[in-house]
Structure formats: C-alpha cells, structure tokens
Write a protein of this length. Structure first.
Length: 92
C-alpha cells in the first residue's frame, strides 16, 4: 500500500502521477488521496519584501489532505485482515 506526498513549485503533481503508474506496474496498490508541499524560490521573511534567492523554501503540506491520505492507507491495509485470519485458521 502506498501514499504519495509531492513537493516542488507545482506541488509535485506530475511526479506523483508518474509514480502512480510505476507502482501500478509493480502491482503495488496506492490510495487516491495525496498531499502536496509547495516550494517557493523567495525569502520567507515577513519583515522585508520577498525577493528571489538561490534557496528553495519548503512550505509544509496542509494537514487535512495528509490526514485523509493516512486514514485511507490504514483503512485499505486493515480491510483484508478478516481474510488473513480466515486463511490462518484454515491452514492450522
């Protein structure tokens, strides 16, 4: 089971979509919810005007999409638990 957090100036959306295809080819399930962090090539200081710098400043991902993605992973991971228990009792 996989969940994705993208980052970059565009939130890493294209990179996440490419990773979804690769994970599908590897037969690894992924949840549809995803979270994105945005990078900004400007100074994070509020006391002076923003100006371009050589460093990228990562803004944290909003909690709601990240929480939703983690909840989906837990739900999908727990779903086959009864099947695993049934299989173990059948082989014992």
């Amino acid at each position: 089971m996989a969940g994705f957090v993208g980052y970059g100036t565009g939130g890493g959306i294209r990179a996440v979509e490419q990773l979804r295809r690769i994970m599908g080819e590897l037969k690894i399930a992924d949840v549809p919810a995803q979270s994105h962090c945005r990078c900004s090539p400007t100074s994070p200081s509020r006391n002076r005007p923003t100006r371009p710098t050589r460093r990228l400043h990562l803004r944290p991902a909003p909690r709601r999409p990240l929480t939703r993605m983690l909840e989906e992973i837990v739900t999908w991971f727990a779903a086959p638990a009864p099947l695993r228990a049934e299989r173990q009792s059948a082989t014992a």
